[in-house]
Design a protein around this ligand. Structure first.
Ligand code: DLL
Length: 433
């Protein structure tokens, strides 16, 4: 059987790749300046003309664009082509305020499919695979993105969408799904369900492509064990196209950013200054091939670092390390910066699964933080410690990770609501006052 062809662009020497980026950037800046009033005005205000951008070395001269700009320009303010040339919209799963709507021409959809196809190939996918997509379909980009990539690779695509675990398991066993695409939290739930029903020998999964939310190495390990697969990370955001902006290869050591389409920078989130390779900061993307909704220097609020160290898979595209979380996911509790991923690491290292919730509140002038975590079924059946001992041990682990005292409540199995899409890890009641 013919395998999906891996484009040479993924292994192109870095200098050639950067020359291509420069050429595309110059064209894109002119295109955007000519077609989007918002950019035209913003560049004029900053005293930048398109001809000042001669290559990627000049990228830093362009002004940033933020999520607030997107909301202000809703719905059509950033459109760079006539509406009649657009064939699709997608929208963010947004929390508050106006949603962000992104537009796509057919060409934009094709390049997005291409990026997702590359992700599937990097996870070992070929046209012989059965690709089980249980990211949500609809406005969320997860389902449509992986669906398009799967078609392009030539896999048999199961457009399952999210939820209805019984039906997921039935199709997975009856149709022999080999690649699973969903959020890592839902993959963990499916893993649990497969083992509870004794289906592990009946499933044929070999790989999973999981993203849309931060997840730790400990969680990767648990999912790989429970489903008997290799678990690959995939990253993306609606504003920049959707999943496939970057993805892991077999080395599972950071996600290759599709640099022929997107230029990545890391900036200091406070000063906006571009940081040298290897430093942690906010990820910023510039789209150099997209037509309908081509964002330049978009601040993602995701914090991570980049590396150009050679990857043994042969891909030359820069890698981004697992995002630690979003700058707006970070909680300041008792004056200390706390990331859900730090808490997850402590819990999973002590043998719990990713069934936990963090509740932050304020009593008088004092912040309180409580972590609720479920006993695993094995812990409940064969207790080696009392619940009080368990709680004490987790409190100590969190104290050493975070430096603050966190209240811990160990609860019975199956008492924390399971997620089917992006998991809600934090309930911050302080926002309600
Ligand atoms: O979550 C796109 C996507 C779908 C990516 C399926 C991967 C798989 P949005 O809903 O716009 O788009 O959310 C984008 O989710 O800025 C990150 O904060 C977070 N995110 C996405 N992928 C990852 C990941 C989709 N692999 C926002 N690790 C981004 C950590 C991720 N965070």
């Amino acid at each position: 059987m013919k395998k999906y062809y891996q484009p040479e662009i993924e292994t192109m020497p870095v200098e050639e790749l950067q020359a291509l980026q420069s050429e595309r950037l110059v064209k894109q800046v002119q295109f955007v300046y000519d077609n989007v009033k918002f950019y035209h005005e913003k560049m004029d205000e900053a005293g930048i003309k398109p001809e000042d951008i001669k290559g990627i070395e000049d990228l830093h001269k362009l002004p940033f664009i933020t999520k607030d700009d997107l909301r202000d320009q809703y719905p059509y303010g950033l459109l760079a082509v006539p509406l009649e040339d657009c064939v699709r919209i997608q929208s963010t799963s947004g929390t508050t305020g106006r949603r962000v709507v992104a537009f796509y021409t057919q060409e934009d959809i094709d390049l997005w499919d291409e990026c997702c196809a590359r992700a599937i190939v990097a996870a070992g996918g070929t046209k012989e695979d059965v690709c089980h997509v249980c990211y949500g379909y609809g406005l969320f980009t997860g389902g449509p993105g992986l669906n398009g990539g799967s078609h392009k690779v030539g896999c048999l695509t199961l457009p399952m969408s999210s939820g209805n675990t019984e039906r997921q398991l039935q199709f997975m066993t009856d149709l022999g799904s080999t690649i699973l695409c969903c959020t890592p939290s839902y993959a963990a739930n499916l893993g649990e369900a497969v083992n509870e029903r004794g289906l592990k020998d009946k499933i044929k999964l070999k790989a999973g492509i999981f993203g849309a939310e931060p997840w730790t190495e400990e969680m990767r390990h648990n999912i790989e064990e429970s489903l008997g697969i290799k678990a690959y990370d995939i990253y993306g955001l609606t504003e920049i196209s959707g999943p496939g902006v970057s993805f892991e290869c077999e080395e599972q050591a950071g996600m290759h950013i599709q640099e022929d389409h997107f230029i990545a920078e890391i900036i200091d989130p406070n000063t906006g200054e571009v940081l040298p390779e290897g430093e942690v900061g906010e990820l910023v993307f510039t789209c150099i091939t997209k037509k309908a909704f081509p964002l330049l220097r978009y601040r993602t609020r995701d914090l991570c670092r980049l590396t150009r160290e050679k990857c043994s898979c042969g891909r030359t595209h820069v890698r981004m390390m697992k995002p630690k979380g979003r700058s707006d996911d970070m909680m300041i509790v008792k004056g200390v910066n706390v990331w859900p991923s730090q808490i997850e690491t402590v819990l999973l290292n002590q043998g719990y699964q990713a069934n936990y919730q963090i509740v932050v509140d304020r009593v008088g002038n004092n912040d309180t933080i409580e972590v609720q975590v479920e006993l695993t079924p094995e812990m409940a059946e064969n207790p080696t410690m009392t619940v009080a001992e368990r709680e004490k041990k987790i409190v100590a682990g969190l104290k050493s990770m975070l430096g603050i005292k966190v209240d811990v409540k160990v609860v019975e199995p199956k008492t924390i609501t399971r997620s089917e899409g992006k998991a809600v890890r934090v309930v911050d009641k302080r926002h309600l006052y």
